[in-house]
Design a binder for this molecule. Structure first.
Ligand code: KG4
Ligand code: ZN
Length: 347
């Protein structure tokens, strides 16, 4: 069906290239996705057991024009139909960010249309607005990905209070490192999730770091080290290891901390809405435990479908749209900001 590109409709072209996915999306009025093309580099990075920044930048350069063309084609629009361009400018790998951001700037300049730089973490939160058309702030959001673990109170569009974050490894990073120690492939989260279903989550008691009383911060490096020590000591003793039990016990330790602190935040903020976001939000154990605990407190839980949990440009376009309609514009000299914080704005 041809789309209506009359003046009232805002058509967003969005680009995401902060890590190992080159993604381009076209959206109508922020929440309707006309296309969301994702070119994953996972295969290229698998042999190194993680993302190699230099390889990532090079692959983005190879893919970006093709992915833009495919996204326009699938959405059945041309550059002339685009109202504004949105692109991730941080946080992420600087070389990778610059590829998508430069492409976005070139389009904005050539077509004389506005540019909206987008924070990648905000993108993960906004994936929920695409999935759940009726969702509105305020809510508590647990953002758990390969690079970030944040507990955020989103009061309104563009208004965030960070209640807690990780002091060392991100949740997804812990999943990936433990998976590597278990000899599983990259990314490790989905593998651990799959194996955990076959294991006993009470088989091994790994330590959980709750930190100081009342703190909503997280720490996963101690837990990760405990798993590595356990694997080494079992090997030294010549004992066999149940990969399923290690996966299940490790996953349980991570998700219990995440769930407990998320529920505590919602209770403190007196909100009846919790939203999950980021790659680790795809974890079936986390979804199930958080759903059960939220139901006990009569809190509504929302999370995106699997494709919208991991990196994609549609979520970036959704943030770009809300920034655009609130009058924000980025300059064509906007730079990539590798350590961009949530709520921090560069123009
Ligand atoms: O959000 P994302 O695609 O990229 C970042 O912004 O970091 O998240 C990727 C992370 C990886 O660490 C991956 O292992 C993890 O999300 N992940 C999972 C699952 N699916 C992806 N972790 C646990 N369980 C899963 N099912
Ligand atoms: Zn991400």
């Amino acid at each position: 069906m041809p789309i209506d590109t009359t003046k009232e409709d805002v058509i967003t072209l969005a680009i995401e290239s902060s890590c190992d996915e080159t993604s381009v999306s076209v959206l109508k009025n922020g929440r309707t996705v006309l296309s969301n093309i994702i070119a994953s580099q996972i295969e290229q990075h698998q042999k190194f057991g993680g993302v190699v920044p230099e390889v990532a930048s090079r692959k983005h350069i190879e893919n970006i024009n093709m992915v833009i063309e495919e996204a326009l084609e699938e959405a059945k629009v041309s550059f002339d139909d685009i109202t504004h361009v949105a692109a991730t400018y941080g946080p992420g790998l600087v070389g990778a960010l610059l590829v998508g951001l430069s492409a976005a700037k070139a389009i904005a300049f050539a077509k004389g249309i506005p540019l909206n730089g987008v924070n990648h973490i905000e993108g993960h939160i906004y994936a929920n607005f695409i999935e759940h058309k009726e969702l509105e702030p305020p809510f508590i959001c647990l953002v758990v990905s390969g690079g970030h673990t944040h507990l955020v109170y989103m009061e309104d569009y563009g208004s965030y209070e960070v209640l807690g974050k990780t002091r060392d490894d991100a949740a997804g990073e812990a999943f990936d490192k433990v998976a590597r120690a278990l000899g599983l492939g990259y990314p490790g989260g989905p593998q651990i999730d799959r194996l955990a279903k076959m294991g006993n989550k009470e088989a091994i008691l790994f330590p959980k770091a709750y930190l100081e009383e009342g703190s909503y911060d997280f720490s996963f490096s101690g837990l990760k080290s405990a798993v590595l020590n356990y694997l080494n000591s079992q090997k030294m003793k010549g004992n066999s290891i149940s990969v399923e039990d290690v996966a299940a016990s490790f996953q349980q330790a991570v998700i219990e901390i995440l769930v407990e602190k998320t529920i505590a935040c919602a209770v403190e903020k007196e909100t009846k809405q919790i939203v999950l976001a980021g790659g680790v939000a795809a974890n079936s154990g986390l979804r199930e435990l958080l759903q059960n605990k939220a139901e006990e407190k009569r809190i509504d839980l929302k999370y995106p479908s699997l494709q919208l949990c991991t990196d994609n440009a549609a979520m970036i376009g959704c943030v770009g749209y809300y920034n655009y309609i609130r009058g924000y514009r980025s300059s064509l000299s906007l730079n990539g900001v590798p350590n961009l914080k949530i709520g921090e704005v560069h123009s």
